[in-house]
Design a protein around this ligand. Structure first.
Ligand code: ATP
Length: 291
């Protein structure tokens, strides 16, 4: 019985593996032949170090050409300032991030940097200036060090040490027996949501972006993790122009400007204190989160 069962089992395994590989190859060819919708315009120019600060002017956007997701949104992110986007789920915060990276282009209005519509900039040069800390950080099955160096493989040890300090990771890594050589990812050490976001901050810092987009994790973090991320982020925000998509208002009370979105429209903007004293929509969100 075993003599029949074993070869059949092996054949079944080989069949499944070959099928999976063929599907992977098919997906790879699909990806390679995919034509991107966003391409450089004929006279696109390079965005260089002088490009900083963002101006969002009266933008309108719909994913499907029918339902408006952003409806006349305007705000500024001046050079060196920290601006926060807040609003209920589905109000359009992440969509603004996607438009900034030009995963989509606006239907009307414009997003500009240094007086230039970002559609006039070479896409690769524009994205090179941007750094993102996404909600969910992907860790590769590799060492912690290589996961961080992925932000800039050419970085040296001194740069790495500096970003680890800024991202508040130095102590954490110091406590790991294998330090930066610790294997992480699915097949290695599992990091908490907060630790992953700090890895992401370090990764982004190594890239040396001019403008940072920080998409705060929606998942609840314990207050120690939240404080560690906040500390890491405020260390770096001081030296950068930053746009923060915030879900917990307690994390952005120090922002230079808070833009409050509701159903794709800016309903209020100002500092935390200004918005509280207006006793409007932000005030009600704040009250809700406090309770
Ligand atoms: P959250 O706080 O839950 O992350 P958000 O404020 O970031 O929400 P968006 O993700 O920008 O909101 O979504 C705004 C609206 O656009 C929502 O109604 C959402 O369903 C819709 N939307 C988001 N992504 C897409 C997409 N790829 N295709 C179609 N509609 C989308």
């Amino acid at each position: 019985m075993l003599q029949v069962f074993m070869p059949l089992n092996i054949l079944g395994f080989i069949y499944r593996e070959v099928r999976r590989c063929l599907i992977d190859v098919e997906s790879m060819f699909k990806l390679m032949t995919h034509r991107p919708k966003i391409v450089d315009c004929a006279d696109a120019i390079n965005a260089d170090e002088g490009f900083d600060g963002i101006s969002v002017s009266d933008i309108h956007f719909s994913y499907d050409g029918q339902r408006k997701v952003l409806d006349g949104v305007s705000f500024e992110v001046p050079k060196g300032k920290k601006v926060a986007l807040v609003g209920a789920s589905g109000s359009g915060k992440s969509t603004l991030g996607r438009l900034l990276f030009r995963f989509y282009d606006v239907d009307q209005g414009r997003i500009s940097c240094a007086g230039r519509d970002i559609r006039q900039l070479k896409l690769a040069s524009w994205r090179q200036l941007l750094g993102v800390v996404p909600q969910d950080t992907v860790l590769f099955n590799d060492t912690l060090g290589n996961n961080i160096r992925y932000g800039n493989p050419a970085s040296d040890e001194a740069e790495l040490t500096q970003v680890l300090a800024h991202a508040d990771l130095a102590d954490f890594i110091g406590r790991l027996p294998e330090g930066l050589d610790t294997q992480v990812g699915e097949r290695g050490l599992k990091l908490s949501g907060g630790e992953k976001q700090r890895v992401s901050i370090a990764r982004m810092l190594l890239k040396k972006p001019r403008i940072m987009l920080f998409d705060e994790a929606t998942s609840s973090l314990d207050s120690r993790s939240e404080q560690a991320i906040l500390q890491a982020f405020s260390n770096v925000a001081k030296e950068h122009t930053s746009l923060v998509i915030a879900h917990r208002l307690s994390t952005i009370i120090d922002a230079d400007n808070i833009v409050v979105l509701d159903q794709g429209k800016v309903v209020e903007q100002g500092t935390h204190q200004q918005l509280l004293s207006q006793q409007g929509y932000y005030y009600s969100l704040w009250q809700l989160q406090q309770s």
